[in-house]
Ligand binder design. Sequence first.
Ligand code: FUB
Ligand code: ZN
Length: 686
Amino acid sequence: MNKNNYTHTLTISDVKVKDEFWSNQIRLIRENVIPYQWDALNDRIPEAAKSFCMRNYRLAGELIKRRKSGEVTPVFPTDIFETLPKDYDNLEDKFYGFVFQDSDFAKWIEAVSYSLNNYPDKELEKIADEAIDIVCAAAMDDGYLDTYYIINNPDKRFTNLRDHHEFYCFGHLCEGAVAYYEVTGKDKLLNAVKKYADLLCEKFGPADNQIHGYPGHEIAEMALIRLYNVTKEIRYLNLCKYLIDERGKRPYYFDIEHGIKDDKKSERYQYHQAHRPVRRQDEAVGHAVRAVYLYSGMADLAKLTDDDELYEACEKIFNNIIRKKMYITGGIGGTHIGEAFSFEYDLPDDTAYAETCASIGLAFFARRMLEIRPDSKYADTMERVFYNGILSGMAEDGRSFFYVNPLSVVPKACHLDERKFHVKPIRQKWFGCACCPPNIARIIGSFNTYIYTENEDILFFNLYVKSEFKRIVNQKVLNISTDANLLKDGNVKITVLADEPVRTTLALRIPYWCNNIYSLKNVTDDEIIIKDGYIYITKMFEKETVIEVDFDMKPAIVKADRRVREEIGKYAVVRGPLVYCMEEADNGANLHLIELSKKAELTVCDNDIFANKTKKIIANGRKIRLDDDINNDKKQYLDNNNRQLYYDADIEDEYEPFDITFVPYFQWANRGEGEMSVFVRGYEEA
Ligand code: FUB
Ligand code: ZN
């Protein structure tokens, strides 16, 4: 690690996104997701599963008061993951919902914070303040703030770290509180979180009278760093370090916690990334969201403490993900069993999990790695994930969502084949386990913090998005504006306005998709150095300087590493950061009969199909004729063979020429239910 390489992201209020597409996404979150989620948290959506989230907070606050006044309140079992009432009209004074239901509020308040930054709104802020009052009133005197245990039985808290998400809820609450403080300056929730964090610092650590455990679902690690950054309280940093280094030690804490005898099978703990100390891990394993949240915390800690060993582990894991375990869309998690990473190169299309939250977590991880060392592979990954695996999680109108993001869908299979029940062919309004939609809300709300990174000497352009901000170099102000629209073309125009002459460096990422083909204007050769996928331009900026770069954005046909069994003989169509797919709406049913010529001419056309004006791509290919269309000799043969399922390979398939229409993957399923496939079988033209 070289400290000179370190950068930081710009804060939420520094960068103004001016881009039509991304501004629209941010607006959708404000107009649809945030109010809808608030109604969901308050159980006001008739057709949706009840959340009980705010009701749990209110009840916890009420019980705390009643207990203080000497009332003995009933206790309930705490060995459950989800409780639903028997009678919805007569709720008992117990906790309902998933054990991590509190986190829904936390993600909501984080998304609200970013939204208030983008669109100041007194009414929304008032709702948020009132919600914070309810949440803070639920805190115990010592700071503990998790309604599952407060309601059901406070004596049992911290007894099931493996399954019961206390650290997870804390982590989300912490992120929400810091965001709210940063945007509004209000510290009520932040103070509650600090008090809770102080309790955790007291309870967890190496001393004999402390618990030697760590979170079953990670996120607290990176949240503690965020809390440390805003408070500078060293104990939060120390707790983060403790939680990270304790994971995977033998005997396993989760074994001790659950009275399990260590059976030496460390694989059992892969689900929690606890199979060995994190510094010795080099492969992304287990529950994908947990994993990338952990790796993000590790990267944060590595940077803050200049920890080479930890950074090396992060680097190995990052490479493992992008080279062996990531879908072309930036989705991660090849299996729904345990919502987890599968083994290397095991990336099935139609049973994929690729949870939206996992893609979001990968963007967190990539951004943190980028802050340690500017290498385009990190920003490339961020871009891949944002434009594909994250955006696909939300419908164009911002009103429905995917949890699972498959690469191929046959709706009938989702309805009839149990192995694919987790895959939904159309986006859903909400989920009982509503982790993904609010996660989309918070990452899109904070999208502006992913565009640039900087240190004293260099400003890095990581994502190309129309945006503006001010940079101070040697006490001199530079007004920077970027003009770009990657949904349209690869042209990027950067305008730098300097009141006084300033010598500084701008580093422009060379996106992987341009294959190193680009042209630069207004820069001389001696002003440029190319390193790790960035063009470093060092020059004197005076008055107005316009730098223009055209990244080649020809559509392309790509294939997967030969070890990805699923995609052998198949191709995908891409253009710029966008991965494309075929949909039934354009190509008819039975997408599996379509083949793409490897040498196909790809024609980029405007599309009037979707609200967001992306480009569609037409490619020449062919389609296998089904029985009705085939010639008589063949029909005869099949009839003679009683239409067997398998027959002589000499009976060649018949094809018809077929123009294949590809649309951006993130826009799929905006036209009702239908088949979809990213990869298509290829053929060599004679
Ligand atoms: O366990 C909390 C969240 O629910 C996880 O992050 C998601 O994968 C879903 O299981
Ligand atoms: Zn999720």
